[in-house]
Design a protein around this ligand. Structure first.
Ligand SMILES: *Cc1c(COP(=O)(O)O)cnc(C)c1O
Length: 469
């Protein structure tokens, strides 16, 4: 399996090559040249596999340059009960007939990002050891990516993490999770701005090819191809958990920000998984909902980006969205490059009058958005009716799922975080604190360590330079 850029300007690369790189040299994103297909017989054979076994079967189709015995070892060390709290790894909670929650948040940072990041940590360590190389991970986070990356990379040989987060905009729990890490290979940088300022700093460094090469800069942001692939696995696992034969279809509801999680669902569907609908849910920052409803993709400015009670979806542009547009255009790299040139120069593009807009439905996407009031109501309703606590992001997904689903088709709502991470809003919705796993009891009172910085690419370059000598 070879990888190409969505903008057409990269000679084909292997999985291991795209694993360690961020944006493609032409500014596009890495994509597999074709989607590996899963036959119905193969899908049936997978019904009896454990999570790790299933992950191996799927990921081996993408990571063809890693020897199978090595890959199997990496994956079996990653998806364990010890790391993810249950032997199932992603258990299903059934709320009502055809209404399920796929639990993805039992990893070390209590959010679904651990599902991919824990694998990435082990893949990176393997690839670096093989090449006798070092890697400096530069990332931007609105909360969950950063902690997931840091918990996956802490103490790993040859790896440093420089994680940018918007100053004082994460929840106290998220802040404590990240800033309490004392590992010398972890650097937390609080940027005076919003998440997108952080992401722009990362992009600016990635586009400075000389600096990037001289400092062995890599990324773990959601544009990382291996992360997307790792997420494909739980769509299969969820499907197999709620069906008994492959003639059945299911839908997935996905709380979306950077389009990473739902991009994995799109890929699973392209591989042949019988997915009826991919229900995309945004919060008040409804860039993606607007696109799927109207065909207009309009990125927001920092000033227009709202700080909401589902903060991990507070984005103004969706960094993985280009992968879907590449497919939507029939993999026309020149057209994709042109559309994303417009995003950079004119703030968006409009497909409302294009035949491409009509094609969106063929990919199964429907969308909706949710507000603070909606999520409070949903959290309360899910607790009162089903006795299940869901966090604010998961609530956004459930709210939109209930609006958009076909009641005759099972829908799996992806649980993207545990309520403990967003205590203030949970108290507002339920009038009490949510359950908190015992290991996290006093996390806010641990000593914290971070660096405050202006939103400037030069500032982060200087900091990285000073800490990699
Ligand atoms: C990252 C995140 C999301 C959004 O996922 P994307 O892949 O960026 O669309 C939703 N919920 C939570 C809790 C997250 O951490």
């Amino acid at each position: 399996m070879q990888y190409v850029s969505t903008r057409g300007g990269m000679s084909p690369q292997t999985f291991s090559q795209v694993l360690l790189s961020g944006l493609a040299p032409d500014g596009g994103l890495a994509m597999c040249e074709t989607y590996p297909q899963v036959s119905s017989d193969e899908l049936n054979a997978w019904r009896k596999l454990s999570y790790a076994e299933l992950a191996f079967e799927i990921i081996r189709k993408f990571a063809t340059d890693i020897p199978e015995a090595d890959l199997r070892d990496i994956i079996s060390r990653t998806y364990t009960e010890e790391v993810f709290g249950t032997a199932d790894i992603t258990p299903v909670k059934t709320l009502a007939p055809n209404l399920h929650v796929l639990a993805l948040s039992n990893g070390p940072t209590l959010a679904f990002k651990d599902m991919a990041m824990q694998l990435l940590g082990n893949l990176f360590e393997y690839a670096l050891a093989k090449n006798n190389a070092e890697l400096n991970i530069l990332g931007a986070t609105s909360g969950d990516t950063g902690s997931a990356a840091e918990y996956a990379m802490r103490g790993k040989k040859g790896i440093r993490v420089f994680m940018l987060s918007p100053y004082q905009k994460m929840s106290p729990f998220q802040t404590a999770q990240m800033f309490s890490l004392q590992d010398p290979n972890i650097f937390n940088i609080a940027v005076k701005g919003v998440f997108d300022d952080c992401q722009d700093m990362v992009k600016a460094v990635s586009n400075d090819h000389a600096f990037k090469a001289a400092h062995q800069i890599g990324t773990v942001n959601s544009i990382n191809w291996a992360r997307v692939v790792a997420q494909v696995v739980y769509y299969f696992k969820g499907y197999l958990a709620v069906t008994s034969d492959n003639s059945q279809k299911v839908s997935f509801s996905v709380p979306s920000g950077n389009f990473g999680n739902i991009c994995a669902g799109h890929i699973a569907r392209q591989m042949g998984l019988p997915i009826e609908k991919l229900i995309l849910a945004t919060n008040e920052n409804d860039v993606l909902d607007e696109f799927f409803r109207t065909g207009v993709y309009r990125v927001r400015s920092s000033a227009e980006t709202q700080q909401t009670s589902s903060p991990s979806m507070d984005i103004s542009k969706a960094s993985n969205f280009e992968r879907f547009i590449f497919d939507l255009t029939g993999r026309d790299a020149a057209l994709t490059a042109e559309l994303f040139r417009k995003v950079d120069q004119e703030g968006g593009f409009d497909l409302s009058d294009s035949p491409l807009f009509a094609k969106i439905a063929e990919y199964g996407f429907v969308s909706g958005s949710s507000s603070h009031a909606d999520r409070l109501v949903t959290i309360k309703q899910v607790w009162d009716q089903f006795g299940v606590e869901v966090d604010t992001h998961t609530a956004d997904g459930i709210k939109v799922a209930l609006e958009k689903r076909d009641v005759n088709v099972p829908v799996l709502c992806l649980e993207t975080a545990l309520p403990a991470k967003f205590e203030a809003t949970m108290i507002e919705a339920l009038g009490r604190k949510p359950a908190r796993p015992a290991a996290y009891e006093n996390i806010e009172s641990l000593p914290q360590r971070s660096e405050v910085m202006e939103a400037s690419a030069e500032a982060i370059k200087a900091f990285v330079d000073a800490h990699t000598k």
